[in-house]
Design a protein around this ligand. Structure first.
Ligand SMILES: Cc1cc2nc3c(=O)[nH]c(=O)nc-3n(C[C@H](O)[C@H](O)[C@H](O)COP(=O)(O)OP(=O)(O)OC[C@H]3O[C@@H](n4cnc5c(N)ncnc54)[C@H](O)[C@@H]3O)c2cc1C
Length: 355
């Protein structure tokens, strides 16, 4: 029996499973999905769970129910590339012939003292539950500080504004404008939305320390009941600890087939992989398609294609609460209700496809 093990049932891992569990999967190949959670978490919606505008059931999708798929629940602690084995927190060891690493990312704290200790996160479902409890337990008219004005910071700030009109919310960003990778039109639209909805924007921020209930911006203390960190990500610790080549965010450098060059039976997908695009669910799925194509060749012992189809991303959509949003499709910038409706539509289609 040949063993295919997929670590992580997020966007990348799940897409690969879907594409490998085809009618012509040989009987002598076992497929095992490993995750700490008993369902697929819709991470792109964690901001709404944290803000309290959607229940947790809305961000869960059941894993595929296929008799050929074994699901092992557990906390992965180490990947042993030489031994071709995965270690678990409970001491279990799982051996593989082919491995897919799809473990997602973690917050990046840029060595800022106290940031990991005193801020809340929306990078895992467990952390998001705690963030939900913290922000929703803040006393009326309390103060929330969100550090990082990228897509997730903007989405949680706006969603929280709608969820808790009483709160004082401030959003800190190191750039001149929030949403720095987006066109100016979108940045201005989002900034205007925050002005109209009484969210304080602090640009050119430099957070140099965090203490319990205090963010220091350029050494100036900003008192906060809850601090939410959305100021950067890096590859999952387990991936960063592998003795292989990595980029500055700890993502694994891969060959043209998304394999670790020194261990071509190991594939890395999504937020763990060094790719020439910003990490996203869409990218993880697209890359997952490509990996499945090659894995299916491995499984059938067939030759690889000379090259893989070019990765073409469709664009990005973001929300400003439940009614407005922004997006970029090719070179076209969209603002207002339409991108918000499109974002809801994409989510609906994704859930329907998996469900
Ligand atoms: C608030 C927010 C909004 C976002 N919005 C968008 C958006 O609009 N569009 C977009 O394209 N992207 C968006 N993203 C980014 C997107 O969510 C990620 O790029 C995407 O989830 C990456 O997919 P992945 O398969 O690499 O990892 P993930 O989807 O994170 O999956 C990783 C899986 O690994 C499991 N896992 C991790 N560590 C362990 C362990 N040690 N043991 C066992 N299991 C483990 C996790 O439980 C999880 O199931 C957003 C992210 C956030 C936080």
């Amino acid at each position: 029996m040949k063993r295919l093990v997929i670590l992580g049932g997020g966007y990348g891992g799940l897409r690969i499973i879907e594409r490998v569990l085809t009618p012509d999967l040989p009987d002598n190949v076992s497929v095992t999905l490993v995750d700490r959670m008993p369902f697929h978490g819709l991470k792109t919606e964690y901001y709404a769970l944290a803000a309290g505008t959607v229940p947790e059931a809305d961000v869960r999708v059941p894993f595929p129910n296929d008799p050929r798929l074994t699901i092992k629940y557990g906390e992965v602690t180490q990947i042993q590339l030489e031994e071709q084995a995965v270690a678990f927190a409970n001491g279990d060891l799982l051996e593989y012939d082919w491995l897919v690493i799809a473990l997602g990312c973690e917050d990046r704290y840029h060595n800022i003292p106290g940031a990991d200790q005193y801020t809340h996160s929306i990078q895992t479902l467990g952390a998001t539950r705690k963030t939900y409890a913290a922000v929703n337990n803040v006393k009326p008219y309390g103060q929330i500080t969100i550090v990082g004005g990228g897509l997730s910071g903007v989405e949680i700030a706006s969603e929280l504004r709608e969820s808790r009109p009483d709160l004082n919310i401030r959003l800190l960003d190191r750039g001149e404008n929030i949403l720095s990778p987006f066109p100016r039109k979108l940045q201005n639209y989002a900034s205007q939305w925050f002005m109209e909805h009484d969210v304080q924007l602090i640009s050119k921020a430099s957070v140099n320390r965090v203490e319990q209930g205090v963010v220091y911006n350029h050494d100036q203390p900003l008192d906060s009941d809850v601090i939410v960190w959305t100021a950067g990500i890096q590859a999952n610790r387990i991936v960063r600890e592998m003795p292989v080549e990595q980029d500055a965010a700890g993502r694994t450098v891969l060959n043209q087939y998304h394999q670790i060059p020194t261990h071509p039976n190991v594939y890395v997908v999504g937020d763990c992989a060094a790719l020439p695009f910003a990490p996203s669910a869409q990218l993880a799925e697209f890359q997952g398609e490509q990996i499945a194509l090659i894995l299916n060749k491995d499984i059938k012992n067939e030759d690889y294609p000379a090259c893989l189809p070019e990765i073409k991303l469709k664009g990005t959509l973001g929300s400003l609460g439940k009614k407005e949003g922004f997006g970029i499709m090719g070179k076209v910038s969209l603002v207002g209700q339409m991108p918000r409706v499109m974002k809801s539509g994409v989510l609906w289609m994704y859930k329907r496809h998996l469900g």
